[in-house]
Each structure stands twice: as C-alpha cells, then as structure tokens.
Design a binder for this molecule. Structure first.
Ligand code: FES
Ligand SMILES: [Fe+2]
Length: 381
C-alpha cells in the first residue's frame, strides 16, 4: 500500500469540527514506522531509556530504538550521555550488556578501548604487532559518536538528527508548567517498574493517554475518585498535549500514612494532577507525591512496548518501611494502565477496516487527541 496522498493527510490538520484522523496506512503499514522514523522520531526529541538504569559513574546500558543501537553511559565525570553503539574501528556493537565498567569499554573484536565519556583511549597493535599507535589513527577524533541527549523526569531523550531546537526550548511551555517537579526524583525500585506489551500502534497509546473522555467507561474505579467533569484538556503551545484532573487525592494507606510531597510546591497540586504526552513517545504524569514516566517503544506498526516507571519525591520513600505503600500505589497504576489495553488494541483492530476514514473528533472532548493528529499530519504535508 502506498503512503496516502497529502490531501488525505491534510484532513487531520483541519479545524477539529471538520477534521478526520490520520489515515489507516499510518497505523497498519510496516512502512509507516520507517517514514515516521525519518520525519518524526529522528528530527525531534524521543525517549529511549531511563537514567535510573545507569545510577552510578561507570554504569552503561545498551538500548535499541527503532532498530538503532545506543549506549546510555554514566561517565566518570558524572554526566549521563548517549552514544551510537558502534566501535569506530569496524563498527562492532560495543556494549552488549548493561553493567558497571571498572576500566574502559573494550571492543570485543580488536580491543579498541573507550572511556565512559566516549574518548578512544587504546588501539592495540594498530600500527603493526606491538605498535599501538599510527599517525593515521587520531584517537582524539575517533571517540564514540555522541547523540544529543537530555534527561527529564528520569527519561533519557535523544535528538538523533542533531538538528532539533534545544530540549528546554522545544518543550518550554510544558517545562514551565511543571517547574515544581524540576527536582531530583527517586525511583521506587523493583515493584515500581513494569512493562506492558500491547498489540497496537504507538500512536493509539498516545491518543488514548491524551483524553479523559473514556474515563467513566474504561476506568470505573478511577472515575469514582476523579470524575469526568473534574478533568480538563491540556493543549500544548508546543509539541505536547494531555489532560488534568482537579480532584486529585494523595495516596494514603489504611493507617492514613502518605508519601512525602515534593517541596516547595505550589498549592494547586493539592487538588490537581496532570498527564502530558511529550510528543512523540513519552507519557508523563505528575502528582504532589509521585510521578510516573512512560516510554512507548514502537516494536512494529501493530505492537508497542510500554515501559512504565514510578518515582517519589524523597529517597526515604524507598525504604523498607514504605514498601507496602509503594506496592499498593504500583498495583493501582498497573490496573489503570492495564484497563486501557483492551481499547487501544480494539482501535488497532478497527484500523484494519479499509473503509474507515480516520474517525471524527468530539470538538469538546477530543481536543488533545486532535492536537496530536494535527502535529503528526504536519510532518507529512
Ligand atoms: S571493530 Fe572494534 S576494535 Fe575492531
Ligand atoms: Fe485510560
């Protein structure tokens, strides 16, 4: 199937009352992901991993995103960086497994060695047996190829093309809105980390996350405490959108114990919580006592891996004394996210209907979803 004509794609960028959603091809064709890689993922900022997975200087982790291998490296200088995971000699994938580097990162092929900051340090026998230098091999120019990166709410974002505006500029309005959370966050540990493999296109997970319209039908439990009418859309002046609730209640266990709150924090967060998708693939949620970060990893046009991680405001929340509370909150979110699986998979199934025209938006309830469709469409028209 050919990529749809511009006139078809343009319909997603029309005013919401007249718009229809992005054409089926973007959800069902294996070619769509590669087109999106070229036009959406590479030029923008995408989430590829979590800084908590490289907690200490010397820690490295290999990750793949849309087939590209990367290394997330916590340098001995304390800086987390991302490199293309390919040796500068003959291109062997350098880091195969996550772990601690005690010395240098050593290529398994001819043993060229790199520092965790990416510098090429050793090139054994490169000038002949026993001669470890050669004038043509300038070590200072052959460090690992760095990819522009930025860590926010523990998500390691990269800009693969190197040409996007700086992260702080790209998402400026979202970052300003969430200044109160621009502080250290503390991952809850094992029970605060889960993955959902969902048989859907990554965009449908975004579209579902953006809206609260489905709340009474899909999340009856959540809807009891935070009702549909307590929600509002967040329409980004920038590449983001989402929703907020004005009926947030902080977690309390059966003895009334709470988690520590972020501090200082504006009073509005006593009652509000916000959920924003940083386009294209990072879904973030903030509450006065915890945050979560979700990376959508597109596995294929019809499969998405959701990497979900929960964080707290203080290191003390990670102790044994709070284990049951963390378990409880993680179970709550796991249930909520799992409730969405059926519908995002069913939307994917519906997209196989050839005659489906991309769908229609409620001008009131689907503003955020439409915002995302329009943003996607603009990359292809
Ligand atoms: S490919 Fe890495 S040292 Fe040769
Ligand atoms: Fe949902």
């Amino acid at each position: 199937m050919e990529m749809p004509k511009k006139s078809e794609i343009e319909k997603a960028a029309l005013p919401i009352e007249q718009a229809s959603g992005m054409p089926n091809w973007f959800y069902t064709s294996p070619d769509a992901i590669m087109e999106e890689k070229r036009k959406v993922f590479s030029p923008g900022w995408v989430g590829i991993g979590f800084a908590k997975d490289v907690p200490e200087p010397g820690d490295v982790k290999p990750v793949e995103f849309l087939g590209d291998p990367f290394i997330i490296s916590h340098g001995r200088d304390g800086v987390v960086r991302v490199f293309h995971n390919a040796c500068r000699h003959r291109g062997v994938k350098l880091v195969q497994e996550a772990g601690k580097t005690t010395g240098l990162l050593r290529c398994p092929y001819h043993a060229w060695c790199y520092s965790t900051e990416g510098a090429l340090k050793q090139t054994p026998h490169v000038g002949g047996p026993g001669i470890h230098t050669h004038e043509a091999i300038d070590k200072s120019k052959l460090g690992l190829i760095e990819v522009r990166s930025h860590t926010y709410l523990d998500v390691v974002f990269v800009n693969i093309s190197g040409e996007a505006p700086p992260f702080e500029e790209y998402y400026a309005n979202a970052l300003e809105r969430w200044q109160d959370f621009d502080k250290p966050i503390f991952h809850g540990g094992e029970e605060s980390s889960f993955k959902l493999s969902v048989n859907t296109n990554w965009k449908l997970a975004v579209e579902n996350y953006c809206e609260s319209y489905h709340l009474p039908f899909i999340h009856p439990g959540l809807n009891e405490v935070s009702k549909l009418e307590d929600h509002a859309n967040i329409l980004g002046d920038g590449p983001f959108a989402g929703q907020l609730t004005r009926a947030f209640t902080e977690y309390a266990d059966e003895n009334g114990r709470n988690f520590a709150s972020f501090a200082p924090i504006s009073e509005r967060w006593n009652k509000e919580a916000e959920y924003i998708v940083f386009y294209p693939n990072v879904m973030l949620g903030v509450h006065k006592d915890h945050t979560f970060s979700i990376i959508l990893e597109p596995v294929s046009e019809s499969q998405t891996l959701e990497h979900i991680e929960l964080y707290y405001a203080s290191n003390d929340m990670r102790d044994e004394d709070h284990a049951a509370m963390r378990q409880d909150l993680a179970a709550f979110w796991k249930e909520v996210f799992s409730e969405d699986v059926g519908v995002v998979e069913a939307m994917q199934d519906g997209r196989k209907a050839d005659g489906f025209d991309g769908g229609h938006f409620s001008p009131v309830m689907d503003e955020s979803t439409h915002h995302f469709h329009r943003w996607m469409a603009q990359h292809f028209i």
